[in-house]
Design a protein around this ligand. Structure first.
Ligand code: XMP
Length: 319
């Protein structure tokens, strides 16, 4: 694609100009955006870049291993795998407000990046895979009373005290353009096609208080759901699909016993840029089969619902 080829050259030139011979750390989330940003920046400045993959304990099943392996096997980029799950989950204990969750996670991300910036010998820059819709959504909601829809994104600058400058080479792009750029840079197609995953991770798919128990149940249910979607060949038709575990337990029957377990909601939407979205019209057969599988295979869930809210008025995530 000649357009993306030209964009790539221009972006590389700008990154070199901005960074000079300083060191950069890049937070990898496992998503397409931060991965494309990392590979692009690595192409521009080579070993001046170190990537940090922070495991905040809010990732999906096997996600940390998969992302780290993908980078180790395909790229020669220095990568720190920071297991900070105790830190994040500890700080989130007792927190149920969605904005407080995002702020808590955002602040800890900064602390962790700062620590690693010092460790790599004084990085001056933090690279992020911020996209154009992230910039717009943050701006358009920041007029309200202390509500930024994505306070985690840090769009508009990091807290002064961090002392790191931002490198955001994807700020002008939409998701489909980032995917085209990823393709141009040679990222594996399976990786480029991954559904978006939010920085605060499973924290915002576990409305109300988070617990390790709920996160474990959620991970298993999500894995079954995504497996169903793949088996039915629907993964690439859907912008994003996930399970949310609800903060309510309901009564059920299983064999000759009574159960009292969590209810969950399945979410699947189509979208072009994440700013508006329609729920995905699964067949009743698909939904029924998926509900049966989740209830049979995941201990702790005995009720499955399907979320048919579009955006607006809903958001894609539950928090
Ligand atoms: P919403 O839920 O706002 O989501 O309709 C739109 C897209 O943005 C992702 N999202 C986030 N990504 N930090 C992120 O990095 C966040 O705090 C955040 N909140 C939502 C969401 O997964 C969807 O793709």
């Amino acid at each position: 694609d000649w357009t993306m080829g030209a964009y790539r050259e221009e972006a590389i030139r700008k990154i070199r100009e901005q960074v000079g011979d300083a060191k950069v750390i890049c937070g990898l989330s496992g998503g397409v955006d931060s991965s494309v940003a990392a590979v692009l920046i690595h192409e521009a400045i080579g070993d001046q870049l170190t990537c940090v993959f922070v495991d905040h304990g809010l990732l999906r099943l096997n996600e940390a291993e998969e992302v780290v392996a993908m980078f180790r096997d395909n790229y020669n980029i220095p990568l720190i795998h920071a297991d900070e799950s105790d830190l994040f989950l500890g700080a989130l204990e007792g927190v149920s407000d969605p904005e407080v969750k995002r702020k808590t996670i955002g602040k800890l991300f900064i602390d962790v990046f700062q620590k690693h910036a010092a460790e790599v010998g004084g990085a001056e820059f933090l690279a992020q895979g911020t996209l154009y819709p992230d910039v717009i959504e943050s701006v358009s909601f920041s007029g309200g009373p202390s509500v930024t829809i994505k306070s985690h994104h840090n769009v508009g600058g990091l807290p002064e005290k961090m002392g790191l400058k931002l490198v955001e080479p994807l700020r002008e792009l939409f998701k489909d353009e980032v995917r085209a750029l990823g393709h141009e840079l040679g990222l594996p197609a399976s990786f480029i096609g991954r559904h978006p995953f939010p920085g605060p991770g499973l924290a915002i798919r576990c409305p109300g208080e988070i617990s390790r128990e709920k996160l474990d149940i959620l991970r298993k249910a999500d894995a079954v759901y995504i497996d169903q979607i793949r088996r039915h060949g629907l993964y690439d038709e859907i912008w994003q699909a996930f399970v949310a575990i609800l903060p309510v337990r309901t009564v059920g029957v299983m064999g000759d016993g009574r159960t009292y377990d969590y209810a969950c909601a399945l979410r699947a939407v189509t979208s072009v840029d994440g700013m508006t979205a329609d729920y995905y019209p699964f067949t009743h057969d698909f939904l029924g089969e998926t509900a049966t599988r989740i209830i049979n295979e995941v201990k702790g869930i005995n009720r499955v619902t399907y979320d048919i809210t579009s955006k607006p008025p809903g958001t894609i995530e539950w928090e």
